[in-house]
Unconditional design. Sequence first.
Length: 194
Amino acid sequence: MTRLETLNGSSETLDLEITIENVVASASLNQEFNLIDIMKNFRNTEYRPKRFPGLVFRLKRPKTATLIFSTGKMVCTGAKSEKLAISAVKRVVKELKAGSIIVLGKPVITIQNMVASANLQNKVDLETAADLLDNVMYEPEQFPGLIYRMNDPKTVLLLFSSGKIVCTGGKSEKMVYESVNNLYELLDEYELFY
């Protein structure tokens, strides 16, 4: 639930239905890996070096896929929160160790991107929004949504006339929530809801 101040000063509680859909985290172990050894020791992996240089290490809980490269770099996708992304990387490292793969240090983990969906609970006049707002791209013949590049926090929001949005580029859940709330307030201020 989000508490929003309306223009007349009263406050209302609005559920914008913000859901984190995917978190991408990178990690580095600063060591080399023999990906064939990892593939031989684990069933939940996929490695086809002729197609792609990384090994895919899948976890059921949390349901994620972690790409492991021979350089010791990793990329985890599919987590539904920051906490689950970090947990998944740590679990992959723990499983590697348990599977007789030598891991020298602890992973340095960085959240790279979050994708979230939300519902602004109102229909939006995209034509007028495209005229009034800065940093937008709206070409309905090519794509039905308006693309809004928010400067603070630095995210990209895809806005549809139904009031549904997709937020990308967030580095934290706080950034995602702030972006969605800022967009709601901006659209409300310009009276773009109907």
